[in-house]
Design a protein around this ligand. Structure first.
Ligand code: FAD
Length: 255
């Protein structure tokens, strides 16, 4: 397959087009599924938009668009899914161009077959990007806010309901709401994701070309591991900054 990455290419790299494709699916498809949105789910949507406004590595007019969406949604206590759908589309037109590409395919998150990877990979990528970029802000509550927003998003909107149930159980077990610092939020999500990777390794949902590993791989980050496989947390933290930090988000596919 000529579309595959050359073996030497770093498949950990994050591409902006994957982030915006994920964002677009979440705003067009997931948040609009409700018949009526009010109370906790509406607050969860506002929290999600709030962390996107603060920590998404915005290009084009996406920030203005998200701010307008947030402000408009805040003006009412109840919205129907179809009203939100209309609002999302109208604001997208008003702020065009919101997205930098109409790329139909994921790059980092492309599966070896269409049934693998894609949006769920995009959602992990998006939330890692948000925790890492929140950690670069002065406000020390930004990182914990991303975790709270992710919890609310997954609980209320994530189309994979099994995933949502597992995630909520894990979040309670790992005390997501006790995280108080930005760097701890980055590492909380990294640990949580590795826990999911461990559970899903060898599962039928695993793309054989992209096996579930304890991230990052030894070859990508040898300094991330200490003797007997223990993690070197400062090195892991640095690696996550290198991969998900706004300055390192790739605008173009490398060939
Ligand atoms: P993903 O696990 O989606 O990871 C995407 C990319 O992130 C990887 O390619 C890698 O570059 C990077 N990465 C991997 N691990 C880490 C880490 N620890 N820290 C930082 N970056 C990392 N599927 C189920 O079948 N059952 C479930 O219960 C389930 N729960 C989920 C809960 C959530 C919140 C989400 C977002 C998804 C869940 N999924 C679940 C889907 C599953 O986790 C994968 O997204 C899917 O199998 C596709 O896997 P992938 O190979 O694209 O890698």
């Amino acid at each position: 397959n000529s579309d595959e990455y050359p073996a030497t290419l770093n498949t950990d790299l994050v591409y902006y087009s994957d982030l915006e494709k994920t964002l677009k699916t979440s705003l067009h498809t997931e948040i609009t599924r409700f018949k009526s949105l009010t109370g906790e789910p509406l607050q969860a949507l506002l929290d999600y938009l709030d962390v996107l406004i603060t920590s998404f590595p915005s290009r084009g007019n996406v920030k203005e668009y998200l701010m307008d969406l947030y402000t408009t949604l805040k003006t009412r206590k109840t919205w129907s899914g179809s009203e939100i759908y209309e609002l999302v589309n109208n604001l997208e037109t008003e702020h065009a161009p919101v997205y930098t590409t109409n790329n139909l395919e994921y790059i980092r998150c492309k599966g070896s077959q269409t049934k693998f990877r894609g949006y769920t990979c995009g959602l992990w990528t998006l939330f890692h990007t948000l925790t890492v970029n929140a950690a670069q802000k002065l406000d020390t509550t930004d990182g914990p806010k991303v975790l709270k927003a992710m919890h609310g998003y997954v609980k209320n909107f994530f189309g994979c309901t099994d995933c949502a149930m597992h995630f909520q159980a894990m979040a309670a077990r790992n005390r997501i709401f006790d995280v108080k610092e930005n760097d701890k939020a980055v590492l909380w999500l990294w640990i949580a994701h590795n826990e999911v990777n461990l559970r899903l390794a060898g599962d039928v949902t695993e793309d054989p070309v992209h096996p579930k590993i304890q991230f990052p791989s030894v070859s990508r980050c040898p300094e991330c591991r200490l003797a007997r496989g223990a993690w070197n947390l400062p090195a892991v933290y640095q690696y996550l900054q290198n991969v998900y930090g706004a300055d390192n988000i790739q605008m173009m596919r490398r060939t």
